[in-house]
Ligand binder design. Structure first.
Ligand code: SF4
Length: 266
């Protein structure tokens, strides 16, 4: 599933993007998707480079616009399995509008958000998911903006499946993505991922192993998280499936209306 004939990747040593990319491939295999029927669509950013490294039909699109491109692909050919790769800047800043409306429409897409908490490729600027007080080139003394919880946002916007995992919990991450692929509708999986270069260097975690340990120590399985008293949560974050819902998928709803309009169904 990986391209053999392309130039080597440009990810930094110790970057977690490759781990998430591998988890996507494992999930595709686990769900027995036909490679010829599977399309990977990405936006712009470090993580979005993954579409070029995978041996599927791929589309590397414009910044923040992967979801509308993917929506068009799915509506044009509903038989395709469409997986979107996006980063926290790509998905929740410039593409934030498309993200919430993709979820609201419940288009049958699997969106994997690689959350490294910063704009990596474009120079280490703070993204809408940079935690408060964490440093970035645009926040040299620490960010004062409160970050989005992208999972809550996806749920509130109407996604059919919402989950989170990390690059440390590889098997768990694979299962979360496989669950999203299996779900008919808009599936959103946040993958917390280490970025030792842009985020780590600014925030005293330039060693990738240190960032992996941070994920290991701070991610708490959803069920255990629910039982934690709020004052014990600190920097910890829950992982697992947060939400699943059976809404009518957008393409199907659309076809029902067309059938009705043509008099085939009341
Ligand atoms: Fe990975 Fe960060 Fe380097 Fe981008 S800047 S390739 S996210 S380590």
């Amino acid at each position: 599933y990986f391209r053999q004939h392309r130039l080597p990747h440009i990810w930094c040593p110790g970057c977690g993007n490759g781990i998430v990319m591998k988890a996507i491939v494992e999930a595709v295999e686990k769900q027995k998707l036909n490679r010829d029927n599977t399309v990977i669509v990405s936006g712009i950013g470090c993580s979005s480079r993954a579409s070029g490294y995978m041996d599927f039909d791929t589309l590397h699109t414009a910044h923040g616009r992967a979801i509308p491109f993917a929506t068009g692909i799915k509506l044009a050919n509903p038989k395709l399995n469409v997986i979107v790769i996006t980063g926290d800047g790509d998905c929740t800043a410039i593409g934030g509008n498309h993200f919430i409306h993709g979820a609201r429409r419940n288009v049958d897409l699997t969106v994997v958000l690689f959350n490294n908490s910063i704009y990596g490729m474009t120079g280490g600027q703070a993204s809408p998911m940079t935690p408060v007080h964490k440093k970035a080139t645009t926040a040299p003394y620490g960010s004062v903006d409160r970050p989005f919880d992208a999972c809550h946002l996806a749920e509130a916007a109407g996604a059919a499946y919402v989950a989170r995992s990390t690059a440390f919990h590889v098997q768990h991450l694979t299962d979360m993505i496989a669950g999203g692929i299996a779900r008919d509708g808009f599936s959103f999986i946040e993958a917390v991922v280490q970025c030792p270069t842009a985020y780590g260097r600014k925030n005293k975690m330039a060693d990738p192993a240190q960032m992996m340990m941070w994920m290991r120590d701070n991610a708490v399985m959803k069920a255990a998280w629910d039982k934690l008293p709020t004052d014990k949560r600190d920097e910890k974050f829950p992982i697992g499936v947060f939400y699943q819902h059976e809404f009518t998928e957008y393409g199907k709803a659309y076809n029902e209306v067309i059938e009705m309009a043509q008099g085939g169904k009341k």
